[in-house]
Design a protein around this ligand. Structure first.
Ligand code: GRG
Length: 314
């Protein structure tokens, strides 16, 4: 096996290993055990939250937390807690994005979406429950013994997930589709698409990379490097997602494809064209790899992650 194939295999093993650990941890965090101050865990809500959070997904965001935290030799259990919190936010966003009022999708991760498997009200509450649980998990001492670090993580996750991050990006996306303007699609420039996507998708991926630096109480240089890596990775992820919508097939991707073009949506592919979008994707992978230079070969798995994000088929 070539050196590159070895690295690829080791990357996949590490991604799978985080996915397994996150599945176990989320299963435990979403079990029947009542926590102090909780009065009851309603069965239907628990089932819906488990449907949304368990049994699927690449778990890329927790992987980024675990592997960036590993650069600082911090305990894996803490990084898994922060990764589980981030994954709860991601899963909530998918359940809400799938709702009839948003994207109206029937299929997610190859399974019925939450409102199809349950009902709309339960799907909304399952998303709300996961969003709230994320901050509960992040604020626990098991995530980090230092309250200042926990508080920094909570604040950064809120900023990435909220008004000026993912939720804001989703609003810009709906507006661009003409939702609030009689269905008139807005023509976006490349810079608009970049900002919208940096918010909607990039902010959580970037947070995943910065969370490792926060857990590891990294130096300013190290944080800046991981921030640069996370920003490049976030944009690369979205370009790959746009390419999958054009070139992927629904069975492999695990959700409907061709939806962006069908509604004339402004995406990296529609504003740059296929060839330029692919060239930009390659440039972003190089940018992500270069950003990791201060960490030397200990960051090889993160370099592989950038390549994986760009070349993924699902
Ligand atoms: C509803 C508040 C709210 C926000 C929704 C992120 C988002 C905003 C919507 C998801 C829609 C979407 C498919 C965006 C494209 C990028 C993306 C987040 C893809 C799914 O992420 P993956 O590929 O999914 O990491 P898995 O299933 O592997 O976790």
């Amino acid at each position: 096996m070539s050196e590159l194939n070895d690295a690829g295999a080791s990357f996949r093993q590490r991604l799978d290993s985080v996915a397994t650990d996150i599945e176990t941890l989320l299963g435990r965090l979403l079990d029947d055990t009542l926590l102090p101050e909780e009065l009851a865990r309603p069965r239907r809500l628990m089932d819906a939250m488990r449907h949304v959070a368990l049994g699927g997904g690449k778990r890329l965001r927790p992987f980024l937390v675990v592997e960036t935290a590993a650069l600082f030799d911090g305990p894996r259990a803490r990084a898994l807690m922060a990764g589980a919190a981030l994954e709860c936010v991601h899963c909530y966003s998918l359940a809400h994005d799938d709702l009839p009022a948003m994207d109206n999708d029937d299929l997610r991760r190859g399974r019925p979406t939450a409102h199809k498997a349950f009902d709309e009200a339960t799907a909304i509450l399952a998303g709300d429950g996961l969003l709230t649980l994320a901050f509960d998990i992040m604020a626990r001492p098991e995530t980090h013994p230092n309250p200042a670090v926990r508080s920094e993580l909570v604040l950064a996750l809120a900023r990435g997930a909220g008004l000026g991050g993912m939720v804001g990006g989703q609003m810009l996306d709906l507006a661009a589709e003409g939702r609030f303007d009689g269905g008139k699609i807005k023509k976006l420039a490349a810079a608009d698409v970049k900002q919208l996507q940096a918010m909607k998708t990039g902010a959580l991926l970037r947070f995943g990379c910065l969370a490792g630096a926060m857990l590891g109480e990294a130096s300013t240089t190290q944080r800046t490097a991981l921030d640069r890596y996370g920003s490049a990775l976030g944009e690369a992820f979205q370009i790959a997602d746009d390419l999958l919508d054009v070139e992927g097939d629904a069975a492999t991707v695990g959700k409907a494809t061709g939806k962006d073009a069908a509604v004339g949506k402004g995406t990296f592919v529609s504003v740059l064209g296929l060839d330029q979008a692919k060239a930009r994707l390659n440039a972003l992978v190089s940018e992500a790899e270069q950003a990791l230079a201060p960490f030397g070969s200990s960051a090889d798995v993160l370099k592989m992650a950038a390549r994986f994000v760009a070349e993924r088929k699902a």
